[in-house]
Design a protein around this ligand. Structure first.
Ligand code: UDP
Length: 243
């Protein structure tokens, strides 16, 4: 199926009109769920994702508790209506894998050793998917963890880069992911300049990978700024409400 549709027009613009180095429009809202300890909602292009965080709290089942640190648990779930073909609400292999990958991308940012015997739970609900949902989930989850007041070394921001029609492109949408030559999700703690997730699906040369990582870092810095603005605006609003 690959290579069957035209992903770049004659002017070098992508199917949604973006340049190769452009992110999709991103909107992040903080504290959108009153019953969670922390929450965030992200729209990145057509992706719509809600994240709720609970904890640190007593861990059940108790035998999973660790004596020297908190356990971070993540559940990535796609709503049945989130994709064109109805998705079964039962957890798929892909969702189990993405839950693990997302947990591993977030874990380095947390001081888990500060909260022995507890759990920190991250629930991710993908309401609408259009490529790059693991990255948008990580971006929103980091903001939700901060909103829950959980001490963090840094936020984690993520974006996928890839190769479409021989060119390196930032923030692939579903069609680019499906018909492009490579898809590389990257997550970073941008303030610490550390990568916490790097995956690669497809074929890419070493030079292209270096170019892709540079582009990813650039996108991640823009996303990092949006995360911090979203967190600040929530606390400015709460401050105003308190008078
Ligand atoms: N997708 C889909 N049905 C599924 C799973 C995924 O239509 O059951 C689409 C969805 O748009 C998703 C995209 O395929 O965002 C790419 O999925 P991938 O596994 O590469 O993860 P993602 O790019 O979302 O992190």
């Amino acid at each position: 199926m690959k290579g069957k549709i035209c992903l770049l027009n004659e002017e070098g613009l992508r199917i949604d009109g973006r340049k190769l180095d452009q992110l999709r429009p991103i909107k992040i809202e903080v504290g959108v769920l009153k019953n969670a300890d922390g929450s965030a909602y992200i729209e990145q292009g057509k992706n719509k994702i809600m994240v709720a965080v609970y904890g640190p709290r007593e861990l059940h089942p108790r035998h999973q508790a660790l004596p020297d640190r908190a356990v971070l648990r993540c559940r990535y779930h796609m709503a049945p209506f989130s994709v064109p073909e109805r998705k079964s609400p039962a957890p798929s292999r892909r969702e189990v894998e993405l839950s693990k990958v997302i947990r591993q991308a977030l874990e380095p940012a947390l001081f888990l050793e500060m909260f022995p015997r507890t759990s920190i739970d991250v629930f991710i609900e993908v309401l609408q998917a259009d490529g790059g949902t693991r990255c948008a989930s990580i971006t929103a989850a980091a903001v939700a963890l901060a909103d829950a007041g959980i001490p963090m070394r840094d936020l984690v921001a993520a974006v996928a880069v890839g190769k479409i029609e021989g060119k390196i492109a930032l923030d692939l949408n579903h069609l680019e992911d499906q018909y492009g030559e490579a898809d590389i999700p990257v997550a970073m703690m941008p303030g610490l300049d550390q990568i916490t997730l790097l995956q690669a699906d497809g074929l890419i040369t070493l030079d292209e990978l270096k170019e892709a990582l540079k582009l990813a870092k650039n996108g991640i810095m823009q996303i990092y700024k949006l995360q911090k603005e979203a967190l600040k605006s929530k606390y400015l609003e709460s401050g105003e409400e308190l008078g």
